[in-house]
Design a protein around this ligand. Structure first.
Ligand SMILES: [Zn+2]
Length: 242
């Protein structure tokens, strides 16, 4: 009776190891799309940086065109006023025209300074585009390669899970259904871990202290002894290795 029960417990122990392997593989599998997403985001961020600077550059070039047009029209006005200087009748008109020409020249200087600033901004934007473009080109192929590797890994893990699940099926077919049912029930309600090792006179999972009486009960192997705190099935490692 005890031997028989202990044998079933050993089978459950193997089943639990298989379940742990499967759930660890499933965790790895779930992490892959997240990693792929992060890699894709890296590419997108670099592409965005390039795009933002390209649109900045476009704005700067528009402003430059505008300012160059302003300069031309100011120059035309200055030329016009210069020729008008020859035909004015009074001193006052002459002075007024000179004032007008002077203020147009100041305006022109101001716009030329603005153009210089815009040209420097244009250089900055062009440099940034070059830098981000270079970074994008350098990183893109590496990232794409990483993504392909992750997708391959994904397929490998999916295969491994199928394999382990089939092994699990074989293991569980060989277990007394009465015990298997209890195992499955505890497993579902206890984060996938149904069996708890007795370690240093405590439940190895929830660390609840066990009385000597409880430990004695476990080592009888007549029925499942559950941890009072976490309700997992207790076992003693050395007994399973016998
Ligand atoms: Zn416990």
């Amino acid at each position: 009776m005890k031997e028989q029960f202990l044998l079933e417990l050993k089978k459950l122990f193997n089943l639990q190891n298989k379940d742990i392997e499967i759930s660890s593989l499933k965790e790895q599998l779930e992490s892959i799309p997240i990693s792929i997403e992060k890699l894709n985001q890296q590419i997108q961020q670099l592409q965005q940086s390039v795009e933002i600077n390209k649109s900045d550059l476009k704005q700067i070039q528009l402003q430059l065109k505008q300012k160059e047009g302003d300069i031309r029209s100011i120059e035309e006005k200055i030329n016009k006023h210069n020729s008008e200087l020859n035909s004015v009748k009074t001193n006052e008109q002459y002075k007024a025209l000179l004032n007008e020409i002077q203020s147009l020249k100041l305006e022109k200087d101001k716009i030329e300074t603005e153009i210089l600033e815009l040209l420097s901004k244009q250089d900055d934007a062009n440099n940034k585009i070059k830098i981000f473009d270079k970074e994008l080109n350098e990183k893109k192929s590496g990232i794409e390669k990483q993504i392909v590797e992750l997708k391959t890994q994904q397929q490998v893990i999916e295969q491994q899970i199928l394999q382990k699940e089939s092994e699990r099926q074989t293991l569980s077919n060989d277990i007394n259904p009465k015990y298997l049912e209890i195992y499955e029930h505890v497993r579902k309600n206890r984060d996938g871990i149904a069996l708890a090792i007795v370690k240093d006179k405590a439940c190895g999972v929830c660390n609840m202290r066990l009385t000597q009486q409880e430990i004695n009960e476990v080592s009888k192997y007549e029925e499942f002894i559950l941890c009072e705190s976490c309700s997992r099935i207790l076992y003693i490692q050395e007994d399973l290795e016998k």
